[in-house]
Design a protein around this ligand. Structure first.
Ligand SMILES: Cc1cc2nc3c(=O)[nH]c(=O)nc-3n(C[C@H](O)[C@H](O)[C@H](O)COP(=O)(O)OP(=O)(O)OC[C@H]3O[C@@H](n4cnc5c(N)ncnc54)[C@H](O)[C@@H]3O)c2cc1C
Length: 460
C-alpha cells in the first residue's frame, strides 16, 4: 500500500492534548500538521463537562512531566488564556481573599484531611460543541483527518507510517514525527502499538471507587465556595490515598460505555441544574509483585459489576449500606426511609456495592466518607447514593524525556492515555510540552506532496 500523503507531524487524537499540541506547533510556525481522530467530530473529552482547574496540584503530575512548579504555572497560564477567551467559559471558584476557603481548609486539617481549592472555570456539557468549534477556529493551518482510526504505526528509515481505516478503506500516511494523544479510550490500543514499536511501557496506579450523589443542599455550603472541592484523605486503617474528584453541583451522574463494562462519571449543564450534586470518591491503587497489571485488576472489578448488575452499574443507598443490606427496587425511593430526599439522576441497578469492590477499598471509601461527613455534616444522609464502579485507568506510563519523547526517536506521548495527565488542563499542558520538544528537535518545515500521492485539501 502506497502512502497517500506526508506531514511533518502526525497527531493521534483530537482531545485537549492533541489540539493544544497542534495549536502550539502552529504558533511556533510549524507547517504540515495532521490531527487524526476515529470520530467524525474532533473533540475527545472536550465535549464533556468542562471544569477547568488552573492549579499545578490538580490533574498535572509535575514529577512525571519533569516540570518545576513555576514552569507548570506558566504553561497553565497559557492554557487558561486560550480557554477563557471562549465567551461561555465562566469562572466558578474565586480565590482572592476568600475567607470561606480558609475556614474549610482549617476544618479539614482538624480531621487530618488536605483540602485544595484551585481557581476554577466551567463551560458545561451543553456548551461543549461551541467550545470545540472555537478551538478549531484557532487552528488555521492544521489538517483534520476525521473518521480515521489509526490501526498501526510503523517506523522505517527515519519515517513513521500510519495505517488508517477511513470509511472501511485502508490508507497509509507518512510523517517525520508522531504525537500519540489517544486518551483513555485509545490507551490500550496504543499500548499494543507502542510495544510493537519497541517503546518502553510500565504499569502505573489506577483509581478505583464510587460516584456519590446527594441532595445538593447537603453540599452547597462547600460547592458555593469551591465549585469542585478536592479533599484528600490518608486512611487510618490502611494508610491509603483517597480523594474527591470531579464534583458537579446541580449535575447528573452518567455512565461511560466501554463495551465489556460500564463506568460511572458525572457532568453538569450550564443552562439546567438538577436538585443533586455528585462527585467521585476514588482510592489510588498501585500493585507490585507478583501481579503488577493494574489494567487487568481494574477491568476485573469493572467486569464483576457488569455481571452483578446485569450489564448496568450498581447503586446503593447510604441507609442500606449502613445496615449491611442491598438496596432494592421496592424501597429505593421509600419516603419512610427518607430515600425520596435524593432522586437518582442515572439508571443503575439497586444492589450492594460491597460485592464488587475489594474489602480494603470499601474500608477506605467508607472511612473517608465518614470523615467528610464530619467536615460537611449531612453528606451521609440515608438517601445519599453510592454508584459503582468509578475507575480511572491512567495505568500505562511511558518513560520519556523532558519533552515527552519516548525511547523511540520522534515519537512523543501526551494526555491521559499516556499517563501524562488527568484532566483537560493537564492534557493541554502536556500537548504544549510535546510541541516545544518537536520544534527543539527541528521537526519543522513545509508539507510535501507524496510522489504519486493523492493530496487532499482543506479540513475534513
Ligand atoms: C463524562 C466525563 C466528564 C469529564 N469532565 C471533566 C471535567 O469537567 N474536567 C476535566 O478536566 N476533565 C474531565 N473529564 C476528563 C477529560 O475529558 C480528559 O481528562 C481529557 O479529555 C483527556 O484529554 P486527552 O487529549 O488526553 O484525550 P481525549 O480527550 O480522550 O482524546 C483522545 C482522542 O483520541 C481519539 N483516538 C483514540 N485512539 C485513536 C485511534 N487509534 N485512532 C484515531 N483516533 C483515536 C479518540 O477518539 C479521542 O477523540 C471528563 C471525562 C468524562 C468521560
Amino acid at each position: 500500500m502506497n502512502y497517500v500523503e506526508e506531514f511533518n507531524v502526525l497527531i493521534i487524537g483530537s482531545g485537549p492534548a492533541g489540539l493544544f499540541s497542534a495549536l502550539t506547533l502552529e504558533r511556533m510556525g510549524v507547517e504540515g500538521i495532521a490531527v487524526f481522530d476515529r470520530r467524525r467530530y474532533p473533540a475527545g473529552g472536550l465535549l464533556n463537562d468542562g471544569k477547568l482547574n488552573f492549579d499545578y496540584r490538580i490533574g498535572i503530575d509535575v514529577k512525571e512531566l519533569q516540570l518545576e512548579r513555576g514552569e507548570a504555572t506558566d504553561l497553565i497560564g497559557k492554557v487558561k488564556e486560550t480557554f477563557i477567551a471562549f465567551p461561555r467559559c465562566r469562572q466558578v471558584t474565586f480565590l482572592d481573599g476568600n475567607e470561606k476557603i480558609t475556614a474549610i481548609e482549617r476544618t479539614a486539617r482538624e480531621h487530618e484531611v488536605k483540602f485544595i481549592a484551585p481557581e476554577q472555570w466551567h463551560w458545561g456539557t451543553d456548551n461543549g460543541k461551541a467550545l470545540v468549534d472555537y478551538l478549531r477556529s484557532l487552528l488555521t493551518g492544521t489538517r483534520f483527518i476525521l473518521g480515521a482510526e489509526v490501526l498501526s504505526i510503523e517506523k522505517k528509515g527515519g519515517h513513521f507510517y500510519f495505517v488508517c481505516r477511513e470509511k472501511g478503506v485502508l490508507k497509509k500516511y507518512r510523517g517525520r514525527t508522531v504525537v500519540a494523544a489517544p486518551g483513555r479510550s485509545g490507551a490500550y490500543w496504543f499500548r499494543d502499538a507502542a510495544r510493537k514499536l519497541g517503546i518502553d511501557v510500565r504499569f502505573g496506579p489506577i483509581d478505583v471507587g464510587i460516584r456519590v450523589e446527594l441532595n445538593r443542599k447537603f453540599y452547597d455550603a462547600v460547592t458555593d465556595v469551591v465549585y469542585d472541592p478536592k479533599f484528600i484523605f490518608c486512611t487510618r486503617r490502611h494508610h491509603d490515598r483517597v480523594r474527591t474528584f470531579c464534583t458537579n453541583p446541580g449535575g447528573r451522574v452518567r455512565t461511560e460505555n466501554y463495551g465489556e463494562f460500564k463506568l460511572m462519571n458525572g457532568d453538569a449543564l450550564s443552562s439546567e441544574r438538577t436538585e443533586n450534586t455528585n462527585f467521585a470518591l476514588i482510592n489510588t491503587v498501585a500493585l507490585t509483585k507478583p501481579f503488577s497489571d493494574t489494567t487487568e485488576f481494574g477491568q476485573m472489578i469493572a467486569r464483576q459489576f457488569h455481571l452483578l448488575g446485569g450489564g448496568k452499574p450498581i447503586v446503593q443507598r447510604v441507609g442500606d449500606f449502613r445496615e449491611g443490606r442491598r438496596s432494592s427496587t421496592g424501597t429505593f425511593d421509600s419516603p419512610t426511609l427518607h430515600y425520596d430526599v435524593c432522586r437518582a439522576t442515572c439508571a443503575a441497578v439497586p444492589g450492594d456495592i460491597t460485592l464488587g469492590l475489594p474489602a480494603r477499598i470499601v474500608d477506605n471509601l467508607w472511612e473517608s466518607l465518614k470523615t467528610l461527613d464530619k467536615i460537611v455534616p449531612g453528606i451521609l444522609h440515608p438517601s445519599t447514593l453510592l454508584y459503582a464502579p468509578e475507575i480511572k485507568f491512567f495505568d500505562t506510563q511511558y518513560p520519556s524525556d523532558r519533552f515527552l519523547e519516548t525511547n523511540v526517536e520522534g515519537l512523543f506521548v501526551a494526555g491521559d492515555g499516556a499517563g501524562k495527565s488527568r484532566g483537560i488542563v493537564g492534557a493541554a499542558v502536556s500537548g504544549m510540552i510535546v510541541a516545544q520538544g518537536i520544534v527543539r528537535k527541528g521537526f519543522t518545515g513545509k508539507r510535501k506532496k507524496a510522489p504519486g500521492g493523492t493530496k487532499t485539501a482543506g479540513k475534513s
